[in-house]
Design a protein around this ligand. Structure first.
Ligand code: AHM
Ligand code: MG
Length: 334
């Protein structure tokens, strides 16, 4: 085995930055281990009987898949004892998770979407895990509350995602660029395979669920109509569309070769505030995209600047290549 393992990478980071503490390193290594375990279960699929519905709904009223529940359990069980966390919050759990009294409590707050894109799991399309780490502001002796989690995205210490696809990848930011690791399945190690990922400023690729077109607001109608007109329209170039319907996979494509990803506000989701969750999806992805030179807005304002008001809050999302996201945002503000 040659190359830089995730552990080596984190030790180097710890040496070069006082912000990367021993506890943070331990937490990230631990998240990576949980992602490996989730990946193993996903890989077994029907053999392990993990596909299909769990028969329960989550707090958002969405039907849970068996793997949603399993992935959530893996993350909770693997992290509660490691001493770095004050509490956890998950897209799949209504209330925050308190660290049981028998384990030490740390300073960090972990938020996650244990299995993003889970509607794709039964058809063998890439899914992923998204996570975000905050530092708890209140003194350690106080019992953590949901309010401790309500910090804007700018306060994130670390964010990342795993994609369970043809390869299992871990993409990570500690606030100094974005780096990508590929799981060496033989050795069981995440190896550094790409440093300082960059989202190109311009793109000819967009990602949106076109079947929602009739529900969109005027600025999104205008933007997409112009893209579809291609070289015959005002943009004077052709655009290509891609929509995996797993945010992790769509965002990974954008971090790899650029593009714009949109889950805008529409009349179907307006009452809820949008489709995607601010704390488990929008904020961590916005942090990664910004760290790679891209932009992430709600169509109107910077996602990471939003002051969250509730744990399971939803927001519209427009992210990716700078010039496209700025154009969409301009159309909304005009
Ligand atoms: P999930 O976290 O329940 O899987 O939902 C989020 C997913 C995103 O991954 C994806 O971008 C979107 O929902 C797909 O929505 P649609 O069903 O409209 O294609
Ligand atoms: Mg999700």
């Amino acid at each position: 085995m040659t190359g830089v393992t995730l552990s080596h990478y984190l030790v180097d980071k710890q040496r070069s930055s006082p912000l990367i503490t021993h506890e943070l390193r331990l937490l990230i290594e631990n998240i990576a281990t949980a992602c490996k375990a989730i990946g193993v279960n996903i890989g077994k699929g029907a053999i392990a009987g993990v596909l299909g519905h769990a028969g329960t709904d989550n707090v958002q009223g969405e039907a849970q898949k068996k793997l949603d529940v399993l992935s959530n359990d893996i993350l909770i069980r693997s992290k509660r004892a490691n001493g770095t966390l004050a509490a956890m919050a998950s897209e799949e759990m209504e209330e925050i998770y308190h660290i049981p009294a028998e384990y030490p409590r740390g300073d960090f707050l972990l938020l996650f979407d244990p299995l993003d894109g889970s509607s794709n799991i039964d058809v063998n399309i890439s899914v992923g895990t998204i996570f975000s780490v905050l530092r708890r502001k209140a003194p350690k002796v106080k019992k953590p509350t949901a309010e401790d989690f309500l910090q804007p995205g700018t306060q994130q210490v670390c964010a990342g995602y795993a994609v369970y696809g043809p390869s299992t990848l871990l993409v990570l930011t500690l606030g100094d660029g974005v780096d990508c690791f590929t799981l060496d399945r033989e050795y069981g190690e995440f190896m550094l395979t790409e440093e300082r990922m960059q989202v190109p400023e311009d793109t000819q690729e967009f990602a949106i669920n076109m079947s929602n077109q009739r529900f969109w607001e005027a600025p999104v109608q205008r933007y997409i109509e112009e893209l579809l007109m291609g070289s015959a329209g005002p943009r004077e170039k052709d655009f290509n569309m891609r929509w995996v319907a797993s945010m992790v996979a769509d965002v990974h494509r954008i971090l790899t070769r650029g593009g714009v990803f949109m889950y805008p506000l529409d009349s179907k989701t307006r009452a809820k505030g949008g489709k995607l969750r601010l704390m488990y999806e929008a904020n961590p992805m916005a942090f990664l995209v910004e760290q790679a030179g891209g932009v992430a807005t709600t169509g109107r304002e910077r996602i990471m600047g939003l002051q969250p008001t509730e744990l399971h809050q939803r927001v519209p999302v427009v992210l990716g290549s700078k010039n496209e996201v700025e154009r969409v945002t301009r159309y909304h503000l005009e």
